[in-house]
Ligand binder design. Structure first.
Ligand code: TYD
Ligand code: MG
Length: 464
């Protein structure tokens, strides 16, 4: 095919024959890059096989979703109940968080793993696997490569050839580590760029569907927390996973933000240790420190999907040297911090605008649950006045702009979890719905709150 030149948006991958100043798709300016193209770049829709005729839905049902399980129960759950043949999953995360370790540990008796590595040498991977994978490693095959077409050719020999390494009954699986190191000969662009990432991902998706081979693609994330070549590969794949962690505490959290084969509300919690990653089956106890008694630390219970987690909110309020104070938040959306600061300023007359505010969730958890708002306000207030919170005390509830504490879903689950872990005083929104569960725990004091101002006065009254 004749060579031609196209312009591709460096951020979202939109392409056009003509140059564009503003990308019509993602609306960013000056992101058009000129790319020489040997062949037409495949679009995601090319991966879909066209049916010959209309087919009744029940006819499709004859091919049920057969899944197979890895050694990690929580990994299976995050995937929606095991690995679906032909599914393509993207796993993003900071360098060093443990993506390669996690995927290597999947190699197991019944799973034959083909591991393309463009980053580490085969020796490195095998050495690590010897430490992290109990038992035999004869199901792990590493191939050092960054050339997509060649690697696919080699893989095809295993998938369809007569002298295959895949024993019958064993499930084959491909790991691509990482997508940023792969390049396809079909486009003339640098590896790691949007064009190569898109081309390689599209080719992998097509291959996965054609051979019903599950593929895991490792992607590094940028400093803005997005997968490099951002949204565009997320659209191409079936499942998008993020692996997060807090380097200090060796805790790692796996979550899915997109899953065509299941819900996205399960998370998996792991601990990185001497022998790689271990699953943590009762993770709730890991995200707070019951012994700590410093000002600025408030304990709460949040829901991640269906699972209640006890978490520790840490806030630091320090008088600022900047004309506009700093607001930094880890684990909670910054907007939520701004909102709580505004409510404290307006409803409690706290001179918060003269203070920098830092917020952190212990253990690297990320939380979107509105029930974290009341504890955030408590933690900020505690740090602001340098007053500690009584031990064995926890808080949950949403805070309205009017300074009222509002009810949140799953109160009963939250209360049960706090009681189970030995909390003795729970500040919660006033709600008739809680009466039943409150009665169940006679030895816990429940303080039902309506206004943030009153609640804070009550919590810190007489405390130093
Ligand atoms: P790795 O899987 O290479 O991270 P990624 O692929 O996401 O970049 O993990 C690297 C880190 O994990 C490294 O800092 C060392 C640590 N680690 C352990 O603590 N124990 C282990 O058994 C392994 C394999 C790694
Ligand atoms: Mg790696």
């Amino acid at each position: 095919m004749k060579e031609k030149t196209i312009f591709v948006c460096d951020i979202c991958g939109y392409d056009n024959l003509k140059w564009f100043g503003q990308c019509p798709q993602c609306k960013n300016w000056n992101t058009a890059k000129e790319v020489r193209q040997m062949k037409r770049v495949k679009s995601a829709s090319d991966n879909q096989r066209d049916d010959d005729t209309f087919e009744a839905l029940f006819a499709k049902r004859e091919e049920p979703l057969i899944r197979f399980m890895t050694r990690f129960d929580s990994f299976n759950r995050v995937l929606g109940g095991g690995i679906v043949p032909g599914s393509v999953s993207l796993i993003g995360g900071d360098p060093g968080v443990g993506k390669s370790t996690l995927l290597t540990q999947i190699a197991d008796r019944d799973i034959t793993v083909f591991y393309w590595s463009g980053e580490e040498s085969a020796e490195q991977i095998l050495l690590r696997a010897q430490r992290t994978n109990d038992g035999s490693l004869d199901r792990l095959f590493v191939y050092n490569t960054n050339r997509l077409e060649l690697a696919l050719e080699k893989l095809s020999e295993e998938m369809t050839g007569s002298s295959t390494k895949i024993p019958s009954g064993s499930h084959p699986l491909l790991i691509v580590d990482s997508i940023q190191t792969m390049r396809s000969d079909e486009v003339d662009a640098l590896p790691g760029g949007v064009v190569q990432i898109r081309e390689c991902t599209a080719a992998l998706v097509a291959y996965a569907k054609q051979h019903r081979l599950p593929v895991f693609i490792v992607a590094h994330i940028t400093k803005y927390g997005q997968i490099a070549g951002p949204k565009l590969i997320e659209h191409l794949v079936d499942i998008v996973l993020y692996f997060d962690g807090d380097a200090d505490r060796d805790l790692r959290v796996l979550r899915s933000i997109k899953n065509r084969f299941g819900p996205t509300n399960e998370i998996g919690v792991f601990e990185m240790g001497e022998k790689g990653l271990q699953e943590i089956s009762d993770p709730s106890e890991r995200f707070y420190d019951a012994s700590a008694n410093d000002s600025g630390n408030a304990i709460s219970v949040v829901l991640e999907g269906n699972t209640p987690f006890v978490v520790e909110v840490q806030a630091l309020a320090v008088s600022t040297h900047f004309s506009s104070p700093r607001r930094l938040s880890k684990g909670v959306d910054q907007e939520r911090l701004n909102l709580m600061a505004a409510v404290l300023s307006k409803r409690l007359n706290l001179p918060i605008e003269n203070h920098d505010l830092y917020l952190n969730l212990l253990g690297g958890l990320k939380c979107n649950d509105p029930g974290i708002e009341f504890p955030i306000a408590v933690a900020i207030y505690s740090s602001f006045f340098d007053k500690t919170i009584p031990p064995k005390t926890a808080f949950f509830g949403e805070v309205g702009l009017d300074g009222k504490i509002r009810g949140v879903s799953f109160s009963e689950k939250r209360i049960t979890e706090l009681a189970r872990l030995g909390f003795r005083r729970i500040y919660l929104p006033k709600s008739k719905a809680n009466a039943g569960v409150i009665k169940k725990y006679g030895d816990v004091s429940f303080i039902e709150c309506t206004y943030l101002k009153e609640a804070l006065t009550q919590i810190f009254d007489g405390r130093s």
